[in-house]
Design a protein around this ligand. Structure first.
Ligand SMILES: Cc1cc2nc3c(=O)[nH]c(=O)nc-3n(C[C@H](O)[C@H](O)[C@H](O)COP(=O)(O)OP(=O)(O)OC[C@H]3O[C@@H](n4cnc5c(N)ncnc54)[C@H](O)[C@@H]3O)c2cc1C
Ligand code: SF4
Length: 561
């Protein structure tokens, strides 16, 4: 057993977000002692969540700024597309944006809580279309773990009988939120066009569960949820793990290197204490990296030794490679049928209650659809809290302007395409030899290039969202764009995965299907780095599920050792 500050532990975990938080919960429940190192500061969602403040109380009416990318009240601490003193670089001709959060719980404190699970085809993409690689596991193996994870996390939704949306087990899901008026209008348009539309699976409790309350449908989940209804590790798995007495969390601990012993094992890490800039070395018998896909790759690439001159556990050369994000493109329309309707509270959960899952697997198989991987459409609209841009399109002054704003308020519609990209060799991260962050740690340089697969997918989404808007009796308000212009830059959808992928073959993958690195058998990876592909379904429920499954196996191994 290793020890730090008087605390003895079996496992050291780097990172407290989705992967690290779940791993800590599973291990500590099994009686394993865990030391968790988190780069960000401590964060108490009960004390710090600005749930009830109104936009008009904030500077610039709560608008987004460069240091608060999702608005003044967003939960993110010391994070965003840019983190002060912690740069990253882009190779010439490349744009990749990297979102980080420097706080206990990482990005789970403010993620959108969209949590659709993958289906059988998602785990075997190469078998279906010959592109990329298959996962070394299949849906049947994952299915019971998805059920357990959804039950623990608290997921609302239903089993709609749509292939893209596999059923959860009996009694797993909580009741879903009711559709809003504009979502019912989209539903009617989908019926006309023959598209499916179903409740979005959300990591939001609609009924109280364990230590957490049920959602009261009134506040912006992106600010965090102090009552624990919206899943975040800081109101669930981390406090539960602390309650066992088996977890010690050290915040402000920026891990810079993982050490290797002479016998080829991970022997511990060095972190920078962010409060006094001192290096601290800690030992470990087992190390789990869950610092998020790109941070974990960076840490491994920065951990060089005689045995691994290109980075720890990187004999395959795949650490940092195979970087994937979701595709993203936004389409807007205006729906006159929604004009002038009575004003009432339409808050619900932040984000959509219904969404359109991918529908045309058949077209992909018979070649009539000109891209290989699917997408889904998230829906926005309705009476959001007025902000700076509300009423932008109004003409004139005084009463006539106000009348127009009231009439048009809530009549805009918005479709967000979120799709699967196909892994390609032009997308990866590596260490930039010329730049260090304020802790003296070499930073990442990103390389990024979309392929025709993604452009064709966006062209398809553009066509179908226009059909949807027209079927609702509306007109498109997005500017006319080519697919190349409409597709958002890599990293912008914040689903980056794949940089330490799992596989069956140590020559082409970094870990086995348990997240255990092929090269260093006491080193595990439990974040999205292990994904072998990036299905269009938002990645976090699968990060959580893999962490639950793999930490359960590790706990058994440690107990049997
Ligand atoms: C605004 C927003 C909306 C999103 N919406 C969704 C959604 O609806 N659905 C979905 O599935 N996903 C969504 N995501 C993505 C989701 O947040 C991530 O997939 C998920 O949090 C990743 O979990 P993780 O454990 O890998 O990383 P994180 O949650 O980022 O946690 C990693 C932690 O490790 C710490 N860390 C990093 N480096 C080090 C180091 N060197 N030493 C010590 N600690 C370190 C970080 O500070 C962080 O706390 C969203 C993200 C954002 C930002
Ligand atoms: S809407 Fe519900 S889940 Fe979201 S922050 Fe409010 S109470 Fe929490």
């Amino acid at each position: 057993m290793a020890s730090f500050d008087g605390f003895e532990y079996d496992v050291l975990i780097v990172g407290s977000g989705a992967g690290g938080g779940m791993a800590a919960h599973i291990l500590t429940e099994a009686g394993i002692k865990v030391l968790m190192l988190e780069a960000g500061r401590d964060y108490d969602p009960v004390e710090e969540t600005p749930m009830f403040q109104m936009n008009h109380e904030a500077p610039l009416r709560g608008e987004s700024t460069s240091d608060k990318n999702f608005g003044y009240f967003d939960a993110t601490v010391d994070g965003g597309w840019e983190v002060p003193g912690e740069p990253y670089t882009n190779a010439e001709g490349t744009t990749f944006r990297w979102w980080r959060a420097r706080m206990l719980g990482g990005r789970t404190n403010h993620f959108g809580r969209y949590v659709p699970r993958f289906n059988d085809r998602d785990f075997k993409p190469f078998t279906h279309d010959g592109l990329g690689v298959d996962w070394p596991l299949d849906y049947d193996e994952m299915q019971p773990w998805y059920d357990k994870t959804e039950k623990l996390v608290g997921v609302s939704g239903n089993n709609p009988g749509v292939y893209d949306v596999p059923d959860s087990g009996e009694g797993v899901l909580q009741p879903h939120a009711k559709p809003r008026v504009y979502e019912l209008l989209v539903e009617a348009a989908c019926k006309k066009l023959g598209l499916p539309i179903v409740p979005m699976r959300r990591a939001v409790l609609t009924r109280a569960q364990d230590t957490r309350e049920a959602c009261f449908n009134a506040t912006d989940c992106g600010r965090g949820c102090s009552i624990g209804a919206a899943f975040q590790t800081t109101t669930s798995v981390i406090p539960w793990a602390k309650d066992t007495g088996n977890l010690k969390v050290v915040t402000d601990a920026m891990v810079k290197e993982v050490h290797l012993s002479d016998d080829g094992k991970a022997s511990g890490v060095t972190f920078v204490n962010r409060k006094n800039m001192q290096d601290v070395r800690v030992d470990a018998d087992y190390v789990i990296l869950a610092a998020s896909a790109c941070e974990t790759a960076r840490l491994m690439l920065n951990s060089t030794s005689e045995k691994f001159p290109n980075g720890l556990a990187n004999s395959s050369g795949q650490v940092g490679r195979n970087l994937m994000d979701s595709t993203g493109a936004d389409f807007t329309g205006y729906i006159p049928a929604l004009e002038g309707r009575p004003k009432y509270n339409e808050d619900g959960l932040a984000g959509n209650h219904l969404y359109i899952p991918w529908w045309d697997y058949e077209g992909q198989d018979d070649g009539s659809v000109k891209f290989k991987r699917g997408y889904h459409l998230e829906i926005g609209g309705g009476f959001g809290e007025p902000g700076m841009g509300t009423g932008n399109g109004a003409d004139g002054y005084g009463k006539s302007a106000k009348d127009q704003i009231r009439k048009k308020y809530g009549s805009g519609i918005y479709f967000a395409l979120r799709g699967e990209m196909v892994v390609n060799e032009n997308c990866y991260c590596e260490i930039d030899p010329d730049v260090k962050d304020k802790w003296g740690i070499p930073v990442l340089k990103f390389h990024w290039k979309w392929s025709d697969e993604e452009y064709n997918q966006v062209a398809h989404g553009m066509e179908w969202t226009e059909k949807l808007i027209k079927a609702m009796g509306g007109y498109v308000t997005s500017p006319k764009r080519t697919p190349e212009e409409a597709l958002l830059p890599g990293g912008l959808i914040i689903h980056e995965v794949g940089t330490t992928r799992m596989g069956d073959d140590p020559a082409t993958s970094v870990t086995n299907k348990w997240g255990q690195t092929w090269d260093v058998d006491n080193l595990y990876i439990m974040d999205g780095g292990v994904f072998a592909s990036n299905p269009h379904k938002n990645c976090t429920i699968t990060i959580l599920t893999l962490a639950m499954k793999n930490a359960t196996k590790l706990a058994e191994e440690i107990k049997n050792a």
